[in-house]
Design a protein. Sequence first.
Length: 411
Amino acid sequence: MPEHSSSNTSPNPWLIVGVAGAILMVTMGSRQSLGLFLSPLNTHTGLGVASISFAMAIAQLVWGAVQPVFGAVADRWGPGRVIVLGAVLLAAGSALTTQVTSQFGLIFAIGLLSAAGAGAGSFSILIGATAQRIPAERRSFAGGVINAGGSAGQFIFAPLNQAVMSAFGWMSAMWMMAVLALTTAPMAWWLRGSNHNNKASATGADGQQTITLRQQLRIALRDRSYWCLHAGFFTCGFHIAFLVTHMPGEVALCGLSTNVAATSLAIIGLANVAGSLAAGALGSRVRMKMILFWMYASRAVAILLYLAAPKDAWTFYAFAAVLGATWLATVPPTAGITAKLFGTRYLATLFGLTLLSHQIGGFFGAWLGGLTVVNTGAYTWMWWADAALALAAALVNLPIKEARVVRLAAA
């Protein structure tokens, strides 16, 4: 049965936003610090960087693939149960990672269990759960607040994991992540009734029954603006997964310590807290497609400047700060445009599909990064590809029409 909550006892919508941000802090903090474990896993299993990168690439793909599925479940039955299931899966995957030594075992633990668990407590479910409770003019800012929670997770968890790994070993850090994953389960209580669960939510403003999910999907998949969002988000996923997975390797190739990599990832997270809040606030004042254009364009410029700069610690810190300003700040405007086009009734599903495209890009970013460094000894070709894709993503957002698509009422 769907999760119900009385409007008289419904919590403050901004409390729900805060709880959603806290859940995302844990799930994204776990995902975005996974690259720190690549070298220890390689030493422990002896599988090689390419094989472990492939397992992490599968995780990128699965994290995206489960979001429209879990989003549809949340749209139908509410997000509470989905988040609890995700907590259990993420904890189980983190714990199992310490016990496996084969590529199949890593794919199952990291690529399936952990990734599915993190996806069940991620953007599409959390933003979908809150968007229906927030006034339209404040949704972009609310998305920015939730997104900032995920960035704070990266800022906190990257140095925390590195510190625990240095003091007690990588297995202790992975067990810590398993325990922290379970803390999201009790937080799901606050979100148990925040989706459409009553008759009022099932009818349009004219009193007619709203369209079904299948009808909504047909409309969305015929809309060019929606596909432009997918194309831009594909590049975003490629970019983020490549850096999260392989920045520690790039730092090592430059002869710098692992602390530089952990600090760089933390700086990205901290900068993106500000970037996410700024993107959310600007979304109610500036056309969101232009926000996306400038974000992607700035990434292309930042990569080119990085390639030309000397490779010392301060270059990585400056590069991380610039990238962090847009890192996951693309999420609020992408979700905001999706809501503008199609409304919030099936937002968890429709935004979940854009996240699937994001993670298909993430799969290639993580996997091809491993293949490139194994075959060439450096990441140079990946950097050039990343810059070209960022520029393409900037341009593909320009044709987007933010006017709401006319939706046909069900017969």
